[in-house]
Write a protein that binds this ligand. Structure first.
Ligand code: NDP
Length: 298
């Protein structure tokens, strides 16, 4: 939280967590000339970074005391709480800022922000929406939330990570909310893809043969995001081209083909169930995204 007009030489950061992502973050800071202190629960993971100029701290409290800004990137908030809420670490962080790039839920981010405020620690939450290999390149995508002034103060160091950084708002849970929504899209799509590969294989179609057509199906989706956002905003749900009844029928074919091969169709059964529920509520002639409105009813 301490404010200082940073020159390039003065930039420094601590990275807690040296999994694949933590190592990439620390590597990008080093490449950008930021003085980088590292710490990981299991020692030894940062050896290559030390050879590139990082300073390996003996303890988490020593690590966080070294820099105004600490970037945390571990498996989840249970892990980050286990590190940050140790008495000595909390004390060493007082008056400093932590940016938690660990993925978890909005509620965990809010809880951590309350804890930080109670201990005089500046706190920003964030998420990384691209793989570790993109860090330090223009392809990296970072989202942030929390006090805007604090974010702007530390932006010069965060910029060393490359890519695009977007501050989504002061409400601390907002970055995690985006992260959850975006990963929902990703994992349900990947589960569908894994299932598709299994069924295709049972029919003698290889993953390689499917690639050009899989890319084609994938390309249909981005424009639908725009259209469906409009539908949800205006409550229009036009089903002229692809009503929910038609989607449910298509999904049933997939379930049957899958189960005929003895392949678990749970992913598609769940999707078909949502469509059938929507039809049962009288929305069969609406467009597919009516399902989102039905799911969102309390
Ligand atoms: P992991 O998610 O596997 O996290 C590994 C790190 O968590 C290690 O530093 C590990 O320490 C630490 N850790 C686990 N449990 C504990 C604990 N109880 N106490 C202290 N430290 C613990 O690896 P990544 O680096 O890939 O991911 C880190 C974060 O980045 C995750 O939230 C992930 O979702 C996110 N992310 C990762 C991406 C990627 O491409 N890898 C892409 C986008 C986001 P130790 O070595 O001691 O086990």
């Amino acid at each position: 939280m301490r404010s200082r007009g940073m020159s390039v030489d003065e930039k420094s950061v601590t990275v807690l967590g040296l999994g694949p992502m933590g190592r990439s973050l620390a590597g990008a800071f080093l490449d950008a000339g930021v003085r980088t202190t590292i710490w990981n629960r299991t020692p030894g993971r940062g050896q290559a970074l030390v050879e590139r100029g990082a300073v390996a701290a003996e303890s988490a409290e020593e690590a966080v005391a070294t820099s105004d800004l600490t970037v945390v990137c571990v498996v989840n908030y249970d892990a980050s709480d286990a590190i940050l809420r140790q008495e000595a670490v909390t004390a060493a962080l007082k008056g400093h800022t932590a940016v938690n790039l660990t993925a978890d839920t909005p509620d965990r981010a809010r809880d951590a922000a309350d804890w930080a405020a109670a201990h005089g620690i500046g706190y920003l939450d964030g998420a990384i929406m691209t793989p570790a290999t993109t860090i330090g390149t223009p392809a990296g995508v970072f989202i942030h939330s929390g006090p805007k002034e604090l974010y702007q103060q530390h932006r010069p160091v965060l910029d060393a990570l490359g890519g695009t950084h977007t501050h989504l708002g002061e409400e601390i849970g907002r970055a995690a909310a985006y992260d959850i929504a975006l990963l929902d899209i990703f994992w349900t799509a990947m589960a569908g893809y894994a299932h598709a590969l299994a069924v295709a294989r049972a029919e003698g179609v290889t993953a390689r043969e499917l690639v050009p057509f899989a890319k084609g199906i994938g390309a249909i989706i981005p424009p639908l995001f725009e259209q469906f956002a409009e539908d949800l905003e205006h409550g229009t749900y036009s089903g002229e081209i692809n009503p929910v009844t038609s989607a449910a029928s298509s999904m049933a074919h997939i379930v049957h083909a899958s189960e005929a091969h003895g392949i678990d169709a749970g992913v598609m059964r769940a999707a078909e169930g949502l469509a059938r529920r929507t039809i049962g509520l009288g929305h069969g002639t609406d467009g597919f995204i009516r399902i989102a409105e039905v799911l969102g009813r309390r």
